[in-house]
Design a protein around this ligand. Structure first.
Ligand SMILES: C[S@@+](CC[C@H](N)C(=O)[O-])C[C@H]1O[C@@H](n2cnc3c(N)ncnc32)[C@H](O)[C@@H]1O
Length: 242
């Protein structure tokens, strides 16, 4: 009874339908993901500086996170791609040389055309055809960097909220729940998939929320479930593939 009532209050959605809500500060867990990623890059921007000054492509870019993750970097040619027109038309904090409305599963760019390919929170399209496309467009010597909600955090959230393992839930400002496709993977699955796509070096790096950040109630509850401090809970998996 409760389950059927819940189902009727939910909509199967895509990101276009939640684009205007997605970046609200009310979505504390997603903001925790963004903050953890920004903190990670803050101390490592130098590692990527050279590639960032060449050709970059951000896939599933949303509103575009380069301004937040790589402030003060002189970007070379920077392209962004998303299926959602509303996401693509949001104002950016950084320069963009071209936007592409299209699918991560069929990237309309030639082979080996990108030096640094990124996909932040790419769980909507974390499937083998995307890994193959990321490999195809990224030149040898370049890098693909992607983030996902960590398997431990996201699987706990889904079980707790009675969601299938490949779905997440987003509640908008009117309290309406949208159910979205979201593929999470264990580190070993991710590494195997991106190696199958012919990346030779694949690293999956756990990222925690730094102490100065305020954890969302979901992050607190996951840390309590695993009986570890928030600072030890990986909330993001950073995938680095060469
Ligand atoms: C979880 S959001 C992340 C947005 C942004 N990268 C960020 O970190 O804020 C996922 C984004 O992927 C886009 N998306 C979903 N499926 C896609 C696909 N098949 N190809 C390209 N973009 C897609 C959505 O429209 C959305 O903007």
């Amino acid at each position: 009874m409760i389950a059927s009532r819940l189902a009727s209050a939910e909509t199967r959605a895509d990101y276009e339908s939640i684009a205007l809500d997605y970046y609200s500060s009310d979505h504390a867990t997603t903001r925790n993901f963004d903050d953890a990623t920004a903190d990670y890059f803050r101390t490592r921007t130098e590692d990527y500086q050279e590639l960032l000054s060449q050709t970059t492509l951000d896939i599933g870019c949303g509103r575009g996170q380069y301004g937040e993750y790589f402030p003060n970097v002189n970007l070379g040619l920077h392209y962004e791609m998303d299926t959602s027109p509303s996401m693509l038309s949001m104002p950016r904090q950084h320069r963009v040389d071209g936007t592409i409305r299209g699918s991560a599963l069929r990237i309309p760019l030639p082979d080996d055309s990108v030096d640094m390919t990124t996909a932040f929170l790419f769980d909507p399209f974390n499937v083998l055809p995307f890994a193959l496309e990321a490999r195809r467009v990224t030149r040898a010597g370049g890098v693909f960097v992607g983030t996902l909600p960590s398997y431990d955090f996201a699987s706990y959230f889904r079980v707790r909220n009675d969601l299938p393992v490949d779905r997440t839930r987003f509640v908008d400002q009117h309290g309406h729940a949208h159910v979205l496709e979201s593929h999470i993977s264990s580190d070993s699955e991710l590494i195997a998939r991106f190696k199958n796509a012919r990346f030779t070096q694949v690293q999956a790096i756990p990222i925690m929320l730094q102490g100065k950040r305020v954890p969302s109630k979901h992050v607190l509850s996951a840390a309590a479930f695993y009986d570890i401090p928030v600072a030890s809970l990986s909330i993001i998996t950073m995938l680095v593939c060469r």
